[in-house]
Design a protein around this ligand. Structure first.
Ligand code: DC
Length: 225
């Protein structure tokens, strides 16, 4: 079984997908984390200067980027590794968040990651979240969800998350980052974020996470019958 969860950033996609994975015994794959790992690797190699990315050098170093996910039973979540190094926290930093849309807009980066994502779906039943899962990675997914909510609600959610982690950032900065990412994600030439006709739209602006999960579980059970 393959379940695709696409949508705007900070709509609660990954939280919801993780909860669904636990409830339905599926493997959860966070494809945004994969784009973030490539971004971190590019930053470490000093390949990003403002809006300019050294694509030639990035292309060459892709083969040296090995992305892994390990399940942490204590946290009931998957954590991200770059060549065996724990990078879960670093890939969520503002520095990476500011650059990741630029990296995700590069065609060869997408090809590199989409191939790995498809391989994961061949091996087991998965729930995968991202932007192009239902449109490009798995157009024949068993079920597709498209999550949305207002930019203000999303920015506030993200701001509170970061505040809790002790990250020093203003609400305005977070909202600007959310809006900038929405723009780039929906306007890029390669695999832009789009809602496919067969996706179930979930607007979480005025729903709790539990309500969203309940709605999605009921839709999944419908197809399993
Ligand atoms: O879900 P996220 O915020 O961690 O995603 C990080 C970035 O990666 C975001 O700008 C969109 C991009 N992304 C993408 O283009 N395709 C995916 N399948 C997943 C994420």
């Amino acid at each position: 079984m393959i379940i695709a969860v696409d949508g705007y950033s900070s709509t609660g996609k990954s939280t919801v997908a993780k909860m669904l994975a636990a409830e339905l015994s599926l493997i959860y794959i966070d494809t945004g984390a994969m784009y973030r790992v490539v971004t971190l690797a590019a930053l470490r190699r000093d390949l990003i200067h403002g809006e300019t990315i050294d694509k030639g050098a990035l292309y060459k170093c892709l083969k040296d980027i090995n992305i892994g996910f390990k399940y942490n039973a204590d946290l009931n979540s998957y954590e991200t590794y770059l060549n065996g190094e724990f990078v879960e926290e670093q890939i969520r930093s503002m520095h990476v968040s500011d650059q990741v849309s630029g990296i995700a807009a590069i065609d060869f980066v997408r090809d590199f990651l989409v191939a790995q994502q498809r391989e994961m779906g061949e091996r087991e039943s998965i729930i995968m979240d991202g932007r192009d899962i239902g449109s490009v990675v798995f157009p024949n997914a068993d079920l597709k969800f498209f999550m949305t909510s207002s930019p203000e609600v999303r920015a506030l959610r993200r701001y509170k998350e970061m505040e809790k982690k002790g990250v020093k950032v203003s609400y305005e900065e977070v909202e600007a980052n959310v809006r900038k990412r929405d723009y780039i994600d929906t306007h890029r030439e390669v695999s832009p974020l789009l809602q496919t006709d067969d996706a179930i739209v979930v607007d979480s602006s005025e729903m709790t996470i539990e309500e969203v999960v309940e709605l999605m579980v009921s839709k999944i059970k419908e197809i399993k019958i």
